[in-house]
Design a protein around this ligand. Structure first.
Ligand SMILES: *Cc1c(COP(=O)(O)O)cnc(C)c1O
Length: 219
């Protein structure tokens, strides 16, 4: 199937309130442009350098989401244009994002990544870490970041019961914090599990291979 057809097929399965982030990491600009021509405007990348060069080459009405784990020293390259940073998992990183946002006279939207998978390889804060961060004085002094919501990655498994349990865990935390902290985004679900994520409260899915086909190497 073509990229445009894949997009139509996936969008037909999304509830109206769900944002589709087209995860285009490792894919060439020509393929991103196919998605763009089909109306897609939100793209997700996991490497700052790759996202920055695609930003420079592509139309300027695209919203670029950084979905990968971030090294603080590279935040400055994306600070002028990034529209949402999904995987924020430390106060140190938030401070750097705040500093670079200030330099660019912007407020940068972020999601806190919460660890829901039972895999050591996945990053993220614990629920307690999130609660402590949100009430800390240092966090509350940061004027150029906005926490828009939470992000999580489920375990890589076909066990639907486990996926439901992990997504529910994050949805429950989100529901607890939503009103108090004015949150609007719950980012969970990828090609293999986005329908389950949506059934369990997700309103932003990050879908790569189901749109662009398999990547040559997995990262
Ligand atoms: C690569 C990636 C995705 C998309 O994965 P697919 O299985 O190809 O849909 C989603 N989220 C993150 C954080 C990723 O790194």
């Amino acid at each position: 199937m073509s990229i445009a057809k894949n997009l139509i097929e996936i969008k037909s399965q999304l509830l109206e309130n769900v944002t589709l982030v087209a995860v285009s990491k490792t894919k060439p600009v020509s393929e991103l442009m196919e998605a763009y021509e089909a109306g897609q405007r939100v793209f997700g990348e996991n490497k700052i350098q790759e996202m920055t060069s695609k930003f420079e080459e592509m139309p300027k009405d695209i919203q670029w989401h950084m979905i990968g784990h971030i090294q603080s020293n590279k935040v400055k390259y994306m600070a002028p244009f990034v529209s949402l940073i999904h995987a924020v998992d430390s106060l140190k990183l938030l401070k750097e994002i705040n500093k670079q946002a200030l330099k660019n006279n912007r407020v940068i939207s972020c999601l806190l990544q919460v660890k829901i998978a039972d895999e050591e390889s996945k990053f993220g804060l614990s629920e307690d870490d999130v609660l402590q961060l949100l009430v800390s004085e240092e966090f509350n002094s940061l004027q150029n970041i906005k926490i828009e919501g939470l992000m999580g990655m489920a375990t890589f498994t076909n066990d639907e019961a486990q996926l439901i349990q992990e997504f529910q865990k994050l949805n429950t935390l989100y529901a607890t914090l939503k009103n108090k902290y004015n949150l609007s985004t719950l980012s969970m679900g990828m090609s293999g599990d986005y329908p389950i994520a949506i059934s369990n409260g997700s309103n932003m899915v990050r879908v790569g291979s189901a749109i662009f086909g398999k990547r040559n190497y997995s990262i």
